[in-house]
Design a protein around this ligand. Structure first.
Ligand code: ADP
Ligand code: MG
Length: 357
C-alpha cells in the first residue's frame, strides 16, 4: 500500500514513521523546498496547481491524505476524482475557512463564543454595538499558531486596523477561559470510531506550549458528543481534532483540524495506538487500534531550537522527537514526551533547566 501525503512537514514525518513498520510506503507532495521527510519516501516539489505533477503523484499512490488544511479545494477535488482522498473534500473545505467552520458549529447546536463575518471596519463596528471588548479578529483562511489574528482590548486599538486587513475575516468575543482542551477522534470508512483522552493544552502567544492527557475528564462526554456531530455531518474519515475553550462547566468550540494534531503527539508513547498509526489505519479502512492511554503523559513543544540532545537524553523516561528542521524563532522543531507519574521535583527542575538554555 502506497500512501500519498500532501505536505512534508513534521506531521507527514510522524505519519510515515508510524506507517513504515506496518509495511506502508510513502510519497509526499510539497510545494515548499523545506521539508522534513528525508529518507521516508519519494518527494515531489511542485505547486498544488501543477496538474501533470499531481496526476503522476496520485497515480503512484493507493490513497491520499494531507497534513494541513490549507490545500486548495480545486486541488483536492481533482485528486478525489482520481483516487480516494481522506478526509474528504467537504471536510477540507469546511475546516480551512473559519467562517464555514463556525457556521457548521451553529447549525449543529455546538456552542461557540459570539462571532460574525467581517470585511470592513463598519462591519466590525456593528459587531461591537452588540458585543463588548476584548475581541479577536481572525483571518478566515491560512492562519495557524496564532498567525493572522489580532486581539483588540479597547476602542483605542481600532486605529491599528485597515480595511485591507479586515477583508475576509471573522471577529469573535475574547473569552477568559478556565482552560483549553481538545479531543481527537478517528473514524474509518466502515464507520468505526475511537477517541483519545481529552487533552489540556497550554498555549503561549497563540502557539501550543504543552499538553497533558486527562484520563476520565469530566468534559469528555460533552466533547465526544460534539465531535460526533461533526463526524456525522461531514461523513468524516481519518483523525479529527476539535479544540475548545472551557469556562466553568461549559465548552465553547474554537476550531477543528482535519488531520493528526499537535495535541495528540503524546499518543506515540502514551496510547496503545498513536494518532498517526490510527489515521493511516482509518484512511486504509483497516481495523482501528486501541486508543486507551497508558497513563498521564506530558508533551512539550520545542520551539526555535532543540536544546542539547545528549543532555535531554540523559533524563530517564524522556522521549525526544527531533523533526530535522532548520532552526527559526518560534518554529516547531521538535517535541518531548514523558510519563508524568514517575517524575520527581528534582527531575522536573533538571528538565526545566535544560529547556531554558
Ligand atoms: P490557530 O491555532 O489556528 O492559530 P486559534 O483560533 O486556535 O488559531 O487561536 C490560537 C490561540 O489563541 C488559542 O488556542 C487561544 O489560546 C487563543 N485564542 C484564540 N481565540 C480566542 C478567543 N476568542 N478567546 C480567547 N483566546 C483565544
Ligand atoms: Mg488552534
Amino acid at each position: 500500500m502506497r500512501i500519498g501525503i500532501l505536505g512534508a512537514g513534521q506531521l507527514s514525518r510522524m505519519l510515515a514513521l508510524s506507517g513504515i513498520p506496518l509495511g506502508f510506503t510513502f510519497s509526499f507532495y510539497e510545494p515548499n523546498i523545506e521539508h522534513c521527510v528525508n529518507g521516508l519516501g519519494s518527494l515531489i516539489h511542485k505547486p498544488y496547481t501543477d496538474e501533470k505533477a499531481l496526476t503522476n503523484f496520485v497515480n503512484a499512490c493507493d490513497v491520499i491524505t494531507y497534513e494541513n488544511e490549507n490545500i486548495p479545494v480545486d486541488t483536492a477535488q481533482y485528486i478525489a476524482s482520481l483516487k480516494p482522498l481522506y478526509p474528504n473534500v467537504l471536510s477540507l473545505q469546511t475546516t480551512q475557512d473559519r467562517l464555514l467552520e463556525k457556521t457548521l458549529f451553529e447549525k449543529l447546536n455546538i456552542q461557540t463564543v459570539p462571532f460574525q463575518k467581517i470585511d470592513s471596519l463598519h462591519e466590525l463596528e456593528l459587531f461591537l454595538e452588540k458585543n463588548s471588548f476584548p475581541v479577536v479578529i481572525k483571518k478566515r483562511r491560512q492562519g495557524y499558531d496564532g498567525k493572522g489574528q489580532l486581539k483588540l482590548s479597547s476602542a483605542n486599538d481600532l486605529s491599528l486596523l485597515t480595511d485591507d486587513f479586515l477583508n475576509n475575516c471573522i471577529v469573535e468575543s475574547y473569552i477568559s477561559f478556565d482552560r483549553e482542551v481538545s479531543i481527537i477522534a478517528v473514524r474509518n470508512s466502515t464507520g468505526d470510531c475511537r477517541y483519545y483522552d481529552i487533552c489540556e493544552n497550554e498555549h503561549k502567544n497563540g502557539v501550543l506550549n504543552q499538553t497533558f492527557n486527562k484520563i476520565n475528564d469530566p468534559m469528555f462526554k460533552q466533547a465526544q458528543q460534539y465531535i460526533n456531530r461533526i463526524i456525522e455531518a461531514l461523513d468524516y474519515v481519518g483523525c479529527l481534532a476539535f479544540e475548545f475553550f472551557q469556562k466553568e462547566d461549559q465548552l465553547f468550540a474554537n476550531e477543528l483540524a482535519p488531520r493528526v494534531h499537535n495535541s495528540g503527539h503524546w499518543t506515540i508513547e502514551g496510547s496503545h495506538t498513536s494518532q498517526f498509526e490510527n489515521h493511516l489505519r482509518a484512511i486504509c479502512n483497516l481495523h482501528l487500534g486501541n486508543t486507551e492511554s497508558k497513563g498521564v503523559y506530558q508533551m512539550i513543544n520545542l520551539l526555535g531550537k532543540i536544546p542539547d540532545s545528549a543532555s535531554l537524553l540523559s533524563l530517564d523516561y524522556l522521549h525526544l522527537h527531533h523533526y530535522q528542521k532548520s532552526e527559526r524563532a518560534n518554529r516547531k522543531v521538535g517535541h518531548l514526551c514523558l510519563p508524568v507519574n514517575p517524575i520527581t521535583q528534582s527531575y522536573a527542575e533538571q528538565l526545566k533547566k535544560l529547556l531554558s538554555v
